[in-house]
Design a protein around this ligand. Structure first.
Ligand code: FAD
Ligand code: MLT
Ligand code: ZN
Length: 462
């Protein structure tokens, strides 16, 4: 093994290689502190050529590699196991924005560029990179691509996949595949980049990407309303979509419980009269009439009784204060208790009934647990997180996912499988679907060196 470490040192130098346990500690554990691992070493390349050389060396020595970006993933995908034999490859030093083109509306960035940095670069040329999530100050371009991250703007702009025009990847044997094209349309052969998007570093390393930018709406409106129940929230979604069309970028459901947590742990108060449920809505447009359309939607929703109270932000500061109520939920939950997270997708019209049935199932099988439910209602994606307060977490996934299955839903809408959901996925996907996934994995990574045990079981147990 020391041969391999010497080889890594020769590639990246002292600055790029960490072997001191204290220096490696932060790379060995996930954001949720659920999966403490032990890296063989942490390698921090500076260029695609270095990544390529590292991968070739690891291939030769059969060393497993765990890619890591901002380490904000929710499913334990970016950390090694406890064997001390897996190498963490951190993309953090590959953080150059290679270019931005406001005419072609593209941005080219290395994998380690922080999402917020890329967003700000787009804003500076009056364009929008619409991928947006609460972890954007730390999550990286490589990480959001590898997880096909969702976030709060999917309703209008789609998941990260929809923003990726070109990709550069390094394969498990070190070969570099350069597909950094800036084209809107490119139907020449297989669109191979798709298999590296959302596969959580199990097939190769994303080293750089060309992302698509959107026009930046010149006006933006943010509003928070209280609604009597989830069905009313859906009724309001219909009213809002009729009135505001595709100007709506976010339509977020927030439970009163979630806002209670944010108040307790961050002291933030909700400016809207008490309700059991809330909706945060964001819309943007460059033509006039947005405010009038939003007010008309409110009026109609009040008349129908699906909205109880509400406020439209009157300034950028007020809009950001409303968003802070939403963005602080995850951190508040982490401060409150250990939780079992569910990142589920449900056909949108079934969401109210899903909530009723999941609630009953928990009362019956896990009495005393509390549910922190919020999420991207406009996308049919709920974060149905169960605070276990000392209860045994083992059966909670099964209780909730069984209900998800009954509604034809998915056990991961946006966070991915990582190591957190490997066994649940294996239980819930058909054999032909699993066989196809194994075929892809074996074709590209026959030795199971890329992030083993994530998404799919390890090779020896498959
Ligand atoms: P990491 O956590 O470092 O890695 C995630 C996965 O990608 C791992 O499997 C890793 O091996 C792989 N990977 C990382 N970089 C590369 C690379 N260059 N090449 C190949 N594989 C790679 N997610 C959402 O989808 N929507 C949300 O709304 C959302 N909100 C969040 C809010 C908070 C407060 C937090 C902490 C997280 C949230 N997340 C959300 C989860 C997380 O931020 C995203 O999954 C994000 O895309 C991860 O980016 P990262 O750079 O931190 O990746
Ligand atoms: C979010 O939407 O804020 C995250 O995806 C959520 C989570 O904590 O589950
Ligand atoms: Zn989310």
């Amino acid at each position: 093994m020391s041969d391999a470490l010497a080889g890594l040192h020769a590639i990246v130098g002292s600055k790029g290689l960490l072997t001191d346990p204290a220096e490696m500690a932060a790379y060995g554990i996930d954001w949720r502190k659920l999966f403490p691992g032990l890296p063989l070493a942490v390698v921090r390349p500076f260029s695609t050529a270095e990544v390529s050389a590292i991968m070739a060396l690891c291939h030769q020595h059969q060393i497993a590699v765990v890619p890591q970006g901002g380490n904000t993933g929710m499913a334990g995908g970016a950390v090694p196991d406890t064997s001390g034999r897996e190498l963490v490859l951190s993309l953090g030093r590959m953080n150059r924005l290679r270019g931005i083109d406001p005419v072609g509306m593209t941005l080219e960035a290395e994998a380690g560029v922080v999402l917020q940095t890329a967003q700000e670069a787009a804003i500076a040329v009056n364009r929008l990179l619409p991928i947006s999530l609460a972890a954007e100050g730390s999550a990286t371009i490589g990480g959001v691509i590898a997880t096909n991250a969702g976030g709060v703007n999917v309703l209008r702009y789609g998941m990260t996949r929809a923003m990726v025009l070109g990709l550069e990847v390094v394969l498990p044997d070190g070969r570099v595949v350069d597909g950094l094209r800036r084209l809107r349309k490119d139907h020449a052969g297989y669109d191979w980049k798709q298999i590296f998007i959302g596969t959580e570093g199990t097939l190769g390393l994303v080293t750089a990407a060309v992302l698509r930018l959107m026009p930046k709406p010149s006006q933006r409106l943010t509003a928070l309303v209280s609604v009597p129940d989830p069905q009313a929230a859906l009724d309001f979604l219909v009213v809002a979509q009729d009135a505001l069309g595709d100007t709506i970028s976010a339509f977020e459901l927030i439970s009163g419980f979630s806002l209670g947590l944010v108040h307790r742990h961050f002291g933030l108060s909700c400016p809207v009269a008490e309700g059991q449920w809330y909706v945060l809505i964001d819309a943007g447009a460059s033509l006039s009439g947005l405010r009038e359309a939003m007010e008309a939607a409110f009026e109609q929703a009040f008349g129908q009784g699906c909205v109880l109270d509400g406020t439209i932000a009157e300034s950028v500061q007020q809009a950001s204060d409303l968003w802070m109520l939403r963005e602080r939920i995850t951190e508040s939950e982490a401060k409150e208790s250990k939780s079992v997270k569910h990142d589920v997708s449900i056909p949108i019209p079934s969401i109210p009934q899903f909530l009723v049935e999941a609630g009953h199932a928990l009362e019956r099988h896990a009495p005393g647990t509390r549910v922190n439910c919020f999420g991207h209602l406009g996308d049919g994606n709920l974060h149905y997180n169960v605070l276990i307060d000392g209860h045994d977490p083992r059966d909670i996934n099964k209780i909730v996912h069984d209900v998800v299955d009954r509604f034809g839903g998915s056990i991961s809408a946006e966070h991915g499988i990582g190591q957190y959901r490997v066994s649940e996925l294996a239980l819930r996907r058909s054999e032909p679907e699993q066989a196809l996934s194994r075929l892809i994995k074996t074709a590209i990574d026959p030795m199971d060196l890329m992030n083993p045990g994530k998404v799919l079981p390890r090779r020896e147990t498959r």
